[in-house]
Write a protein that binds this ligand. Structure first.
Ligand code: FCB
Length: 445
């Protein structure tokens, strides 16, 4: 008797699940454009829309000493070394921005340069960043400054970094020092870059420092990043009400590999919630992974969107751990492995829209050493973005990743994301054909 009830209940549950999944499938479609028939020249951007490129300190400056250089050595990864020697060549690099016609530039400040040992501040290094900012402003380029882009001093890492909430005051003190110094010239601040990537790569997959593999720690770091942002916001916003503070969120979309599969759909939804939804609800409600973080609630003046791709998930998704990405038949695989899916940029914007703050595209780009894909990639994404803006989404800027080839974290120098090709022997920069295309598009506006 009970067995029958159990079987019936199970059957009912399965039917219910499948119905729900089918319903959601209709509710969350995965659009694909017929690109051959799209007029990619049909672009409309409002006056004052910001055109930019993005970089991060560790990836371009060269000669760092931080948590990442320690990780590179410990894991036998390619060393970041001199990178683009940008610390010495930034003036020339800013000329490249002017030559491209950029009106905005996103870059990051390296905490380990400013506070190489705990409590010892290097005023000269801070003065260099101030000089950079002055130079950009003088060129009519808006500086967008990231305070934490994956790197920090190793002494702070040794104390547990973002895994320990007791460390957040030191991070906030660093932010306060920088913001107080530059507040008169820098109005747009990104506190933290890609919190989900930072936590997952560093604490679940172990590919980023500190190279750990622990899901509970990953969740703790995610919450602490939210807490850190909220703490910085609450300390600095009252002091500088005219400044805009935000987070650069990597919105990777998760879609079911097999659209008919009752396993792939819930799996995709689960990943989507873990990667995107939990963060958004943390910002909206001050609650993440079943714990309260009231400090974070309502602390975004804008949201930065880093958009690259969608990931197709199914039971075989363990292959993702080896960074093997499946793609749809009609999609092109990029050099990083993941597919080019420009349609997803619209979905990522729609995902962030309920936060009710302006959106800045803080990153979008493609690894493409031979520059065979970048032009198409750029044009498709700008077309999608243009439609989103036309339809009323409040997107204020587009920053292409990246101004030039640079140190691509665990991938070293193998992945080339630059509008400029960099010869790392001679440090020569050469504008790629796709860079010419971007320049022409921006120039027309
Ligand atoms: C993003 C990072 C950025 C760069 C691009 C390719 O996840 O924020 O530093 O490496 O990917």
């Amino acid at each position: 008797m009970w067995e029958r009830v159990l079987v019936a209940a199970l059957a009912a549950f399965i039917v219910f699940k499948v119905t729900l999944i089918t319903y959601r499938r209709r509710k969350y479609p995965e659009p694909h454009e017929d690109w051959a028939n799209v007029n990619l020249d049909d672009l409309h951007f409002p006056e004052g829309f910001h055109w930019g490129t993005a970089t991060a300190a560790h990836q371009v400056e060269g000669h760092q000493a931080n948590n990442w250089t320690v990780h590179e050595a410990a894991k036998g990864l390619e060393a970041s070394g001199a990178a683009c020697d940008h610390w010495n060549r930034w003036k020339d690099d800013f000329q490249l921005l002017s030559d491209l016609g950029m009106t905005s530039y996103r870059f990051s400040i390296e905490w380990s340069r400013l506070e190489p040992t705990e409590g010892a501040w290097d005023e000269a290094a801070l003065a260099v960043y101030a000089e950079m900012v002055d130079d950009l402003v003088g060129r009519g380029i808006r500086p967008v400054v990231t305070l934490h882009h994956f790197t920090h001093p190793d002494w702070w890492e040794a104390k547990g970094g973002f895994a320990d909430r007791a460390n957040i005051p030191a991070f906030a003190a660093y932010c306060e020092r920088v913001v107080d110094t530059l507040a008169d010239r820098v109005k747009t601040w990104v506190t933290v870059n890609e919190p989900t990537v930072f936590s997952t790569m560093g604490y679940t997959l172990g590919m980023f420092p500190p190279g750990r593999r622990s899901i509970p720690t990953t969740l703790r770091v995610m919450r602490n990043l939210l807490f850190a942002h909220g703490t910085v916001y609450k300390a600095l916003k009252p002091k500088h009400p005219e400044l805009q503070f935000g987070v650069a969120k990597n919105v990777t979309l998760f879609d079911p590999k097999n659209r008919w599969s009752p396993i792939d759909w819930p799996l995709a939804r689960l990943m989507e919630w873990f990667w995107n939804g939990a963060w958004r609800s943390g910002m909206q409600n001050g609650r993440m992974f079943f714990k309260d973080i009231p400090e974070a609630k309502g602390t975004l003046d804008f949201v930065g969107l880093n958009y690259y791709t969608h990931v197709l998930v199914g039971p075989a998704s363990v292959s993702l751990l080896k960074m093997k990405f499946p793609k749809r038949r009609q999609e092109v695989a990029t050099e990083f492995g993941y597919p080019m899916y420009a349609e997803g940029l619209r979905r990522a914007i729609e995902f962030l829209a309920p936060l009710n703050v302006p959106i800045e595209i803080t990153e979008n780009g493609v690894a493409d050493a031979e520059d065979t894909l970048r032009t198409e990639h750029l044009r498709r994404h700008l077309w999608v973005l243009s439609n989103a803006v036309k339809d009323g989404h409040d997107v204020r800027s587009y920053h292409h990743w990246s101004l030039m080839d640079n140190f691509e974290w665990a991938e070293g120098y193998s992945m080339r994301f630059g509008l400029h090709r960099v010869d790392f022997e001679s440090q020569e920069r050469t504008l790629r054909p796709s860079g010419e295309v971007y320049k022409a598009i921006v120039g027309r506006r």
